[in-house]
Design a protein around this ligand. Structure first.
Ligand code: NDP
Length: 264
């Protein structure tokens, strides 16, 4: 019997996950189908998952923390950060994982000698990435619009700034994890701050994919090597698909077929 998978989000219509996973299932003859579910209330996640008879799912904005709470068991890195982006059904139980952070590490693997990183934003994605960077003993600074979300990061060994008290330093990499530029033309911080950051950075990455954000456009103007969120999306997708198919498929085959879906 075919297994059914889905992505949950609000909004969810823009998600590329169904294309990515169905490309793997179809081309590698894995009997499964991947759909999308528009979920308004994160508290209904578990109930909806089992009502639909799903074998697994991905979770996107804004339900990743609700997904953590919905799990019967959380494994690996997700447990540390309280953020789940992949769910698996195992013997009637909901098991949670996070593949976003390792997906990002895959995305930046071609950037060399990264020791210091500035993260723009302090939401769920920043939480995952910062904890992952600290596992690799990287020096991390965080710049966020408002102070309230910085409280979590102040407990970690990293420097935290708002726009009001920011002091620029030299960074090997700057990562935009804010949603500025996703559906508007905003920069992730005021223009003069962004210009000073770009004048002090070797590489730039944006979690947003499918468009050149104003932030990436400025990086390009400054001749800085940059990448958008597509490789991060690919990386987290490959790792999630390995969980969905329980390692019955080879990782490089999953990656090849998923990559193809980016040209559809
Ligand atoms: P959250 O809602 O958890 O966090 C959003 C962050 O963005 C907050 O720090 C918020 O600051 C900041 N922010 C929002 N609007 C602005 C603005 N106009 N100017 C400056 N800062 C702003 O979101 P997520 O962390 O879940 O997602 C963030 C982005 O990452 C999204 O665009 C998402 O699509 C993308 N993403 C991409 C992935 C991929 O695979 N490529 C995977 C996961 C996420 P404040 O605290 O002040 O409100």
């Amino acid at each position: 019997m075919k297994k059914l998978f889905s992505i949950f989000g609000n909004p969810v219509s823009h998600s590329r996950s169904p294309l990515m996973h169905n490309s793997v299932f179809k081309n590698l003859n894995f009997p499964a189908c991947y759909t999308r579910t528009h979920l308004l209330d994160g508290d209904k996640l578990k109930e909806t998952f089992f009502t639909l008879g799903l074998s697994g799912a991905n979770i996107t904005v804004p339900h990743k923390e609700a997904a953590f709470k919905a799990c019967d068991e959380v494994r690996g890195f997700a447990k540390k950060i309280g953020v789940v982006n992949t769910l698996i059904e195992e013997n009637g139980k909901l098991i949670g994982y996070n593949t976003d952070a390792d997906g990002f590490m895959f995305a930046i693997s071609e950037f060399k000698n990264i020791k210091s990183i500035l993260v723009l934003g302090a939401g769920g994605t920043a939480k995952a990435l910062v904890n992952r960077f600290l596992e690799d003993d990287l020096q991390v600074s965080i710049l966020n619009r408002s102070a309230s979300r910085l409280a979590y990061f102040e407990e970690l060994p990293c420097k935290c700034y708002t726009w009001d008290d920011f002091h620029v330093q030299k960074y090997d990499l700057v990562v935009n994890t804010t949603s500025a530029g996703l559906s508007d033309e905003n920069l992730p911080a005021p223009s003069e701050i962004i210009h000073s950051i770009l004048g002090s950075s070797r590489y730039v990455a944006d979690a947003i994919y499918g468009k050149i954000t104003p932030f990436l456009a400025l990086a390009k103007e400054n001749n800085i090597t940059y990448k958008d969120g597509a490789d991060m999306l690919l990386g987290q997708g490959v790792l999630a698909n390995e969980l969905f198919t329980d390692k019955t498929l080879e990782k490089q085959d999953i990656q090849r077929e998923m990559q193809k879906s980016f040209s559809y």
